[in-house]
Design a protein around this ligand. Structure first.
Ligand code: NAP
Ligand code: BGC
Ligand code: ZN
Length: 358
């Protein structure tokens, strides 16, 4: 079968030939339908993130996937069922985090991430997975089910952030997303789809006309250009924010989030930056966090419960949003085009096989 990988001895993604995997006891064989690409894939290709599996010279990419069960093996799945795989897998010897169904809370170095950290991903015509890491997806979402993984990351971050504000009477009305990439826009779609926030904003660094600004405005949110309005000046230019989500990977934004927050507000950081050195007034930020009961949380990955809530989200998002977000779906023969990353590209995917209704 064909697979898309990053390899130690070539630049950029490559198509390689691999044997079709055989399901072990407890595993199902899945025929891959579509795989989405995000900022993390680009970071892996740039060599700034990710790990090859032990002793291997390549890593099969792909952590945002949807597929159909081809062979249920000894699992309870049925042949033809649509599934989305979660990303993390336990270390050899197991892990209490995985036993609890909370692999997303496992500390670094104590998990594998398929397609990212030390384990082959889903960017192949078939893959196998233990049943507990596969989430059932309604057949109506077979085309777009690769969005469940990034949406689950959104749902987990919201859950962590909201829990931190749950001990008092918090009545948020304003929300800001930093970043107009696919993750930022999925977060914005989630925020605007609830009644919680009366006013939503999204920050980018693009000139009009731009497809992401069109989406932001069609979602009813206000576009903020970071070149004209740096994050810490947003309260004076617009208003202070009850909730901020950082999805840029630009490290100064993590700290400027504190200034953008309203008293009692919470900021969720999702970006995975490289090392970056800059000056901040640590005392002022510390003071601001404490005297205004502000919270800043970091959030990574997601678990099967977040996949379930993400599936509900995906069902409720307007169709125009999904159509505008997914700028292209390429056949396997044109996989290379799916890795283009210009201002006309938002979310791309590769179709490895077609979904046929049973
Ligand atoms: P992406 O497509 O690269 O999006 C990042 C967006 O942020 C881009 O649209 C970029 O604008 C914008 N941006 C970057 N620096 C900016 C600045 N200084 N001012 C304004 N806008 C800025 O990546 P993604 O897939 O959406 O992911 C976003 C981040 O989250 C990445 O760091 C990724 O590694 C991380 N991530 C984390 C998790 C998690 O579990 N925590 C999950 C997925 C992704 P331009 O396009 O105009 O350059
Ligand atoms: C993935 C997460 C993963 C994170 C860090 C993201 O792109 O969506 O599942 O935990 O990268 O590796
Ligand atoms: Zn991702």
């Amino acid at each position: 079968m064909q697979a898309i990988a990053v390899s130690r001895d070539s630049e950029g993604p490559v198509c390689i030939e691999k044997p079709r995997p055989e399901p072990e006891p407890g595993e199902a064989l899945v025929r891959t339908l579509r795989v989405g690409i995000d900022g993390t894939d680009h970071e892996i290709l740039a060599g700034s993130y990710g790990e090859y599996p032990d002793g291997e010279d390549h890593l099969i990419l792909g952590h945002e996937a949807v597929g159909v069960v081809e062979d249920p093996g000894t699992t309870d799945f049925e042949r033809g069922e649509v599934v989305a795989p979660i990303v993390r897998r336990p270390p050899d010897g197991g892990s209490v985090y995985f036993d609890r169904g909370e692999p997303d809370m496992a500390p670094e170095e104590s998990y594998y991430e398929r397609g990212i950290i030390g384990s082959h991903g889903y960017f192949s015509e078939f893959f196998t997975s233990q049943a507990q890491y596969l989430v059932s997806v309604p057949p109506s979402l077979a085309r777009v089910g690769f969005l469940i993984e990034p949406l689950s990351v959104v749902n987990k971050a919201i859950e962590l952030a909201m829990t931190s504000r749950s001990s008092f009477n918090w009545e948020p009305t304003s929300a800001l997303v930093l970043g107009n990439g696919s993750l930022g826009l999925l977060m914005l779609a989630h925020l605007t789809s609830t009644d919680t926030y009366e006013r939503c904003y999204c920050l980018g660094r693009r000139d009009r006309p731009d497809p992401t600004i069109d989406i932001i405005e069609r979602l009813g949110a206000t576009y903020i250009d970071s070149r004209k309005t740096p994050v810490d000046t947003i309260p004076s230019a617009y208003e202070s924010m009850d909730f901020v989500c950082e999805a840029t990977g630009h490290a100064p934004h993590a700290f400027k989030t504190i200034d953008a927050l309203a008293p009692n507000g919470v900021g969720a950081l999702l970006g995975v930056p490289e090392s970056s050195t800059f000056e901040i007034d640590g005392g002022a930020l510390h003071n601001e966090l404490v005297l205004h009961n502000k919270a800043l949380i970091g959030s990574v990955n997601s678990n099967a419960d977040h996949f379930e809530t993400a599936t509900d989200d995906l069902r409720t998002f307007p169709e125009w949003f999904i159509d505008a977000l997914i700028t292209d779906v390429y056949p396997l023969s044109n996989f290379i085009d799916a890795f283009d990353d210009d201002d006309t590209t938002i979310k791309t995917a590769v179709q490895l096989s077609a979904y046929e209704e049973r």
